[in-house]
Structure formats: structure tokens, C-alpha cells
Design a protein around this ligand. Structure first.
Ligand code: THU
Length: 136
């Protein structure tokens, strides 16, 4: 699937956001190795800390369905759902990606008028914690 199509699906996912506190709408589209796509949005909470990001919503939906291999992720976000620049994944979401994805996993960052950027997971989370590598 072309990056532009995955970004289009992330933009669609963004419209599902529940963000009454920050006003930032975030969308993610996760392409599985088998070609299926899982979309996620941020879901906020009055107590703030239970808020979940768009990226984790997408990953957790996919993992629940038995998916374990992933090919790419697209992410977009912006105030009121308008994408004016890049909205890179937070550290917690990067760590969730690390659980299932390798160094070369590509993340497409939608920059709106700036086009999109591709970052690998290794670029986003260098020296990340990985059970297989450190717990021995
Ligand atoms: N947010 C995401 O959905 N993904 C990220 O990686 C960063 C932050 C959401 C959480 C919150 O609802 C809003 O953006 C502002 O922090």
C-alpha cells in the first residue's frame, strides 16, 4: 500500500477522536503484514492519565484480533482535526511499537502542507527496551 493511502486512512481515523480536553485530534493507520489496516484515534479522559493515544488504539485493536506482524504506520494530528504540521508519536507509543516491530519499521508522519516524512522505529526509539535483548 502506498504511503499516501495509509495517510488517507489515518486522516479518516482522526475524525473519530474523542478529545474534548486538549482539542487535538489524532489518527493512526496501521498496516499489517497480511495487508489489513487497523485505524486508531486518541480517546481522552476527564482524569487525563487514562487517555490513550491514536497509535496505541490501532496497535491494541490489531493485537486483540491476533495480528502480530506489521508493515507500516501512518500518524497525523492537529488542533480541531486540522493537520498543520507533523504530530510524532509519544514515547509510550514508540515503546509499544518496539514490542512488535523491528528497527526498520517505517512510520509515515503526515505534515499536512509540508507533505510527509518517513522515520524508522530505530530513528524514533534508539536503544529502546526489548525483552528479547535485555532479559537474559
Ligand atoms: N496523542 C496521541 O494520540 N498520540 C501521540 O503519540 C501523542 C499524543 C494525543 C493524546 C492527547 O489526546 C492529545 O494527543 C494531546 O496530547
Amino acid at each position: 500500500m502506498a504511503p499516501e493511502e495509509l495517510i488517507r486512512l489515518a486522516r479518516e481515523a482522526m475524525t473519530h477522536a474523542y478529545a474534548p480536553y486538549s482539542g487535538y485530534y489524532v489518527g493512526a493507520a496501521l498496516l499489517c503484514a497480511d495487508g489489513t489496516v487497523y485505524q486508531g484515534c486518541n480517546i481522552e479522559n476527564a482524569s487525563f492519565s487514562p487517555t490513550v493515544c491514536a497509535e496505541r488504539t490501532a496497535f491494541f485493536k490489531a493485537v486483540y484480533d491476533g495480528k502480530r506482524e506489521f508493515a507500516a504506520l501512518a500518524v497525523c494530528g492537529g488542533k480541531g482535526g486540522t493537520v498543520t504540521g507533523y504530530f510524532p508519536p509519544c514515547g509510550v507509543c514508540r515503546q509499544v511499537m518496539r514490542e512488535f516491530c523491528g528497527d526498520g519499521f517505517p512510520v509515515y508522519l503526515d505534515g499536512g502542507p509540508e507533505g510527509y516524512q518517513v522515520k524508522t522505529l530505530a530513528e524514533l526509539l534508539p536503544s529502546g527496551f526489548e525483552a528479547a535483548r535485555y532479559m537474559r
